[in-house]
Design a protein around this ligand. Sequence first.
Ligand SMILES: NC(=O)c1ccc[n+]([C@@H]2O[C@H](COP(=O)([O-])OP(=O)(O)OC[C@H]3O[C@@H](n4cnc5c(N)ncnc54)[C@H](OP(=O)(O)O)[C@@H]3O)[C@@H](O)[C@H]2O)c1
Ligand SMILES: [Zn+2]
Ligand SMILES: [Zn+2]
Length: 352
Amino acid sequence: MYNAKAYAVASATSPFASTRIARRDPTEHDVQIQILFCGICHTDLHIARAEWSDVMPTAYPCVPGHEIVGRVTKVGSKVAKFKPGDLAAVGCLVDSDGTCPQCKAGLEQYCPNLILTYNSPDKHLGGVTYGGYSDSIVVDERFVLRVPSNLNLAGTAPLLCAGITTYSPMRHWGVTKGKKVGVVGLGGLGHMGVKFAHALGAHVVVFTTSPNKKEDALRLGADEVVVSRNADEIQKHAASFDFILDAVPADHDINAYIMLLRRDGNITLVGAPAKPLAVAAFGLLFGRRSLSGSLIGGIAETQEMLDFCGAHNITSDVEVIPIQKVNEAYERMLKSDVKYRFSIDLASLKSE
Ligand SMILES: NC(=O)c1ccc[n+]([C@@H]2O[C@H](COP(=O)([O-])OP(=O)(O)OC[C@H]3O[C@@H](n4cnc5c(N)ncnc54)[C@H](OP(=O)(O)O)[C@@H]3O)[C@@H](O)[C@H]2O)c1
Ligand SMILES: [Zn+2]
Ligand SMILES: [Zn+2]
């Protein structure tokens, strides 16, 4: 066991503060990683502030962070995929049972015995797992990803959650050339959704509450942008979408978007508002439309997504911050004031 530097919250209402956490010494299948960058996901905020306490209570102290990119410092004797000095990445998962039907299908994210990167039981040290707002992490090599060498590292970190969470449902629902795809909410997830839908050849329409993001949306790959506060503008797209990705973290009218789907169209929720959304049955009945959800992605698909990003030169648009600015960053994220993901430079922990 050794001590790592980290930033943690002590309660749902405390600000982040510098601390030390215990990490295990790498066992034979483990990879120890010096964390270089960690993205700030809106999930980090939901969990740090115990907003999902009905479904997923938060254990304190809580060290969030599941968009991790770094360099391997040490490997266990049986590790085959990595050696010290390699780039490596870790997303939302650090373990699963490996034996259930979900794991066997490569869908570890749906494993009933899934261990999340933070706020899950830590079978090695007891207590809970601690995430990437830290200078190092130790992870079983099965859950460590290879990083394409051509990508900017600060912009690669968010691919590990925002990237895979938007890539996976688009692949599942067949987003390809000729399809009309909507993305609701141009935040961390949404802007990656736009990049992927565009790269997959779809006609992409962004729905945003922020008129000032219009030009960015077009630059990111959107073909059209609709300011969603204007109901008439939304209506112009009635019954025309094959697929809509909804990445909104707060309460909103999802029925307006269901009505935009064509027959057999699908809207997938990736955003996770704390309170239930009201869904009118009729929108789904007429047109046999479907509403579904999607959780991150499995390990194999996460590697596929990273390789896809390497091949298409896709990274997240990031604002790099030192860890000391994390409290301010959370307030700005709540105001949709980030273009389009904060990426923490963990070199800033050295001074703590
Ligand atoms: N399913 C999964 O596996 C998974 C993975 C990661 C994250 N998530 C969840 O996905 C959600 C989004 O995460 P994120 O990191 O992308 O968040 P984010 O960066 O804060 O982006 C959310 C965007 O949604 C829009 N928005 C915010 N409040 C809104 C409101 N009240 N009404 C309508 N639109 C609103 C804003 O875009 P505009 O300014 O364009 O309107 C905002 O930029 C969170 O709930 C997060 O927990 C789920
Ligand atoms: Zn996330
Ligand atoms: Zn399993």
